[in-house]
Write a protein that binds this ligand. Structure first.
Ligand code: HAM
Length: 411
């Protein structure tokens, strides 16, 4: 679990602001659900044979003997909120986005944390294939706007629960003779939920999965038509994708379209975002039959994919550097004027040397420094230094203020 500060905090805020902007373009509204929910919400929604529920959930019994868990993902809570707040009765089709921490007690490694952050989107109340395509488009547009380049999109069709249940028998007859070659977890999965064998990360099991009869051979015409529509719409919206017939996803609630966005800079944990359709979840949590689709992005992983650091950080405060008592007074007055004009600004109050004040500007990654010394006091001017361009000019305070207002977009 990481403390997030300094540059990383700036990157988080930037990514979150971009999410709000792009998701607004698609008509999604923010929802904030509790970080703790009843444990049974997750066992029921995600599936009690999934790794997330079996091995990774932070769960405890609280003081009133209720079994609760820290949320390992956002979809289940959004669906619970949709029902509890009667969105199904008042709005039907609802569009939500959320931003916040999730908790999974996984083995720590690159791109894998126990408290990580997701930005996600859920559409409830639609069975349309166009909603699947629109959701994928929204994710792609967001990643483009956030500055992630060269991500790959994988899609697959998981069909309905009924089709998948029929397919489980096919998988069982394929894997049972290979039992001895499967890992101990997969041996347990063979009887409990054979579909989960396809999600095993152990190389020997993965090799056997690659030769298993594919689910696509066991899907209904309806499921296939839906998926064809999704693919045609993606073509129309110019989103490149590949089909991965063995991608099953780690959570049980998915039906029909599923997808993963990967990035090679992430290494073994290469999924940067993922999601899909989940047409039975609302009903299985006690609501009416309701089609739904969504995705979640791992914020830490997204940040790992950003090529090169953001060079200039326009939101960082300008630093007022002063030399001598008169200049300090003038600088202190200028500080209040800048802040009144909503220009982020700071200055040293400890009488530090010029060199030390300039070091402070570097440490704060200030894009601008306003310098006031004896010379400037005499001429009633200031020196404005643009730290990114390395250029400086002497001008009146009012002219400097106007330049800063333009640079910070506060005019
Ligand atoms: P998920 O694939 O479990 O799906 O997680 C989505 C993303 O969260 C992953 O692609 C990854 O970027 C990030 N993530 C997951 N676990 C960790 C971790 N331990 N450390 C860092 N990042 C992680 C879901 O959670 C679904 N709720 C997505 C969804 C929404 N499906 C429909 N609607």
């Amino acid at each position: 679990m990481d403390d997030i500060f300094g540059k990383q905090a700036g990157l988080f805020s930037g990514v979150e602001a971009m999410a709000r902007r792009i998701f607004g373009v698609y008509g999604f509204n923010e929802i904030r659900t509790p970080h703790i929910e009843e444990k049974k919400l997750f066992t029921h929604a995600l599936g009690d044979t999934t790794d997330v529920v079996q091995k990774e959930m932070y769960e405890f019994v609280d003081r009133s003997e209720e079994s609760v868990a820290l949320r390992p993902e956002g979809t289940a809570g959004v669906v619970r909120a949709y029902l509890e707040n009667n969105f199904d009765k008042t709005e039907g089709h609802s569009r939500f986005f959320y931003i916040g921490p999730m908790f999974r007690r996984e083995r720590p490694q690159k791109g894998r944390l126990r408290q990580f952050h997701q930005i996600g989107v859920e559409q409830l109340g639609t069975y349309s294939a166009f909603a699947d395509a629109e959701t994928l488009h929204c994710l792609a547009m967001f990643l483009d706007a956030a500055g992630v380049k060269d991500y790959k999109v994988k899609i697959n069709n998981l069909g309905s629960f009924e089709e998948r249940n029929a397919y489980k028998a096919v998988l069982q007859s394929y894997f049972t003779p290979l039992k001895a070659k499967l890992c101990p977890d997969c041996n347990a999965r063979l009887t409990r939920n054979v579909f989960r064998v396809l999600d095993c990360k152990i190389p020997a099991c993965k090799a056997l999965c690659a030769a298993a009869p594919p689910l696509s051979d066991h899907l209904s015409e309806e499921s296939k038509t839906h998926f064809d529509r999704v693919k045609k719409s993606l073509d129309l919206m110019r989103i490149n994708y590949t089909e991965d017939r063995y991608m099953v996803r780690g959570l049980d609630y998915y039906t029909k379209t599923v997808f993963e966005f990967t990035h090679e800079s992430l290494g073994a944990q290469d999924a940067l975002a993922a999601g899909g359709r989940y047409d039975h979840l609302v009903e299985s949590l006690g609501g009416p039959a309701t089609g739904a689709v969504g995705f979640a992005i791992g914020v830490e992983r997204l940040i790992l994919c950003l090529s090169g650091p953001a060079s200039s950080e326009p939101g960082r405060p300008a630093l007022i550097v002063t030399l001598g008592d008169e200049a300090f007074k003038k600088g202190f007055e200028a500080l209040s004027v800048l802040r009144r004009s909503l220009i982020p600004a700071m200055m040293d109050f400890e009488g530090k040397s010029l060199k030390s004040q300039m070091r402070y500007a570097d440490r704060e990654r200030s894009p601008f420094v306003l310098i006031i010394g004896d010379n400037e006091i005499q001429k009633n001017t200031v020196v404005l230094k643009d730290m990114n361009k390395g250029l400086q000019e002497e001008l009146s305070f009012d002219a400097a203020l106007r330049k800063l207002q333009t640079a910070y977009g506060s005019v």
